[in-house]
Design a protein around this ligand. Structure first.
Ligand SMILES: Nc1ncnc2c1ncn2[C@@H]1O[C@H](COP(=O)(O)OP(=O)(O)OP(=O)(O)O)[C@@H](O)[C@H]1O
Ligand SMILES: O=C(O)[C@H](O)COP(=O)(O)O
Length: 512
């Protein structure tokens, strides 16, 4: 995966004193009072934040929480409980900043949390005006929100288009590697459980999944839509009637491969969506017009559990019922226990799925737990997620424009060994010089920056492409006479290219 990794930037000393904007996925489940019921996503975001702080950055972190209406902040949309939990994990205060789009006060060594980014107008549709403002807040944008990597929004895509440097955080990078590895050659039968409440998002993924998986188990609002497709009544239950055609297409695609999508034969219903609603188990054919289906029935759960026990690989996203209410948790509990008892390699993800895993204490029985729900389903579908598309694109100019010209280097040095030898020395000095130039410019010390650029101007033509050597020569020349206001933006454009060259040099000297 050709993306810039934040860990490399930290190791190269390019982060000290920089403004770092981290997009995390801190979208955790909460109860009615706003208490966090499961904090995996917060814990998983800690390493990136600590990495940025340890590298001496001024750190801003943000996330969405739920699906609020843009421009209409409500107290329940606030990231305050998340900041409080993060503060406990980090052992420091994490102040929450509201109305932050036009500027954020944060100093190196400090960490602030920027209030729910989905309240900003233009976030969802990735409006350019917002994206440019977001990018202007930072020197380095770090995408560490794997759970939201399938969304092309302002803080997950737009900011990456315009920020001076856009890179992958450690969680984002580790998740994609782990999921791809786990699913590269899945042991068959491969069974996917796709359930929960995000019907339209997930139903459209199912068509692609139907080509890959051997068994497709549906639950929650998705199962209700499949029941409609099978001609069953679902009363007032959560479903997406406009997607019945898609559900039918999935059933047909599975049938054509000799597999099927089991439609619930019994369900648990209520008359209201409430924890104390009376639960009634009934046949799937007996659902009344005023019924809400809130869980699969015990017969259906037992049948699905059998299928799961025979699986080679299980992918699980979404609880099959409203497991938060005791009367409607049985289906999810039975499925969770069947996954735990199965010898299959299991991979699970999704905000509420993680909460269900924690509730039934089966963390140790799951092969891999991802912070992504919809995102990891899209990886399974074979899609390139928008996060990776833009980060790869942002890594390209670095690789192309700042590239190492090894043929030239060998010619100039007389041999490959000669080139390697000079590159080892260069690697050492550039690793120190790049942050030193930035630090000098931060202090408006242009003469020091000029001295360092002058040295670089001398050796780059031995092994770098002309465009880069010329750009360095130009910035060095400007820095002889011009003030920091003129030099700093020129160096800001040059720095990522030099950082890219450094990565190439390191790769070259460590290759055999
Ligand atoms: N039959 C149902 N009717 C209404 N809500 C349901 C039903 N079945 C499950 N749910 C709800 O679905 C929610 C979880 O769905 P969701 O699609 O958000 O899953 P997830 O694991 O969080 O995945 P992701 O991270 O992709 O969102 C739970 O809060 C659960 O109560
Ligand atoms: O819970 C999730 O799957 C992620 O946080 C993404 O949330 P979204 O589906 O509201 O974009």
């Amino acid at each position: 995966m050709n993306v810039i990794r934040f860990s490399d930037l930290c190791a190269n000393g390019q982060v000290a004193g920089k403004r770092v904007f981290i997009r995390a996925d801190l979208n955790v489940p909460q109860d009615k009072e706003g208490h966090i019921t499961e904090d995996t996503r917060i814990r998983a975001s800690v390493p990136c934040i600590q990495m940025a702080l340890a590298a001496g950055a001024a750190v801003m972190v943000t996330s969405h929480l739920g699906r609020p209406t843009e421009g209409e902040f409500k107290p329940e949309d606030s990231l305050a409980p998340v900041a409080q939990r993060l503060g406990e994990l980090l052992g420091r205060e994490v102040p929450v900043i509201a109305n932050w789009v036009d500027g954020v006060e944060v100093q190196p060594g400090q960490l602030v949390m920027l209030e729910n980014c989905r309240v900003n107008v233009g976030e969802k549709k990735n409006k350019e005006e917002l994206a440019r403002k977001l990018a202007a807040l930072c020197d380095i944008f770090v995408h560490d929100a794997f759970g939201t990597a399938h969304r092309a929004e302002g803080t997950t895509y737009g900011i990456a288009q315009y920020a001076p440097i856009a890179c992958a955080g450690p969680l984002l990078a580790a998740e994609i590697d782990a999921i791809n590895k786990a699913l590269a050659n899945p042991k068959r039968p491969l069974v996917a459980i796709v359930a929960g409440s995000k019907v339209s998002t997930k139903l459209s993924i199912l068509q692609a999944l139907a080509k890959n998986v051997d068994n497709l188990i549906v639950g929650g609002g998705i199962a209700n839509t499949f029941m409609l497709a099978a001609g069953l009544k679902i009363g007032k239950s959560l479903a997406e009637p406009s997607l019945v055609g898609e559900a039918t297409a999935v059933i047909e695609a599975m049938k054509a491969r000799g597999a099927d999508v089991p439609i619930p034969t019994d369900v648990v219903t209520a008359k209201t969506f409430a924890a104390d609603a009376v639960a009634t188990v009934k046949a799937a054919t007996d659902v009344a017009d005023d019924d809400l289906i809130l869980d699969i029935g015990p017969q259906t759960a037992a049948k699905l559990a059998e299928q799961l026990k025979a699986a080679g690989t299980i992918v699980w996203n979404g609880p099959v019922g409203v497991f938060e209410f005791a009367a409607f948790e049985n289906g999810t509990k039975v499925i969770a226990q069947a996954i735990a008892e199965s010898s299959a390699f299991s991979i699970a993800g999704g905000g509420d799925t993680l909460a269900a895993i924690a509730k039934y204490g089966i963390e140790k029985d799951i092969g891999y737990i991802s912070t992504g729900g919809g995102a990891f389903l899209e990886v399974l579908e074979g899609k390139t997620l928008p996060a990776f598309e833009i980060l790869q694109r942002r890594a390209q100019p670095v690789a192309v424009a700042a590239s190492l010209d090894t043929a030239r280097g060998i010619g100039m040095m007389g041999s490959d060994a000669g080139l390697r030898s000079i590159l080892k020395t260069v690697l050492e000095s550039m690793t120190g010089d790049l942050p030193a130039i930035s630090a000098a410019l931060d202090k408006a010390d242009v003469p020091s920056a000029n001295r360092l650029l002058h040295a670089m101007k001398g050796y780059l033509p031995i092994f770098a492409v002309d465009a880069l050597s010329e750009e360095v020569a130009h910035v060095e020349w400007v820095s002889k006479t011009e003030p920091v206001e003129t030099v700093a933006p020129l160096y800001a454009a040059l720095a990522p290219k030099l950082a890219g060259l450094l990565v190439e040099i390191r790769t070259y000297v460590t290759s055999s």
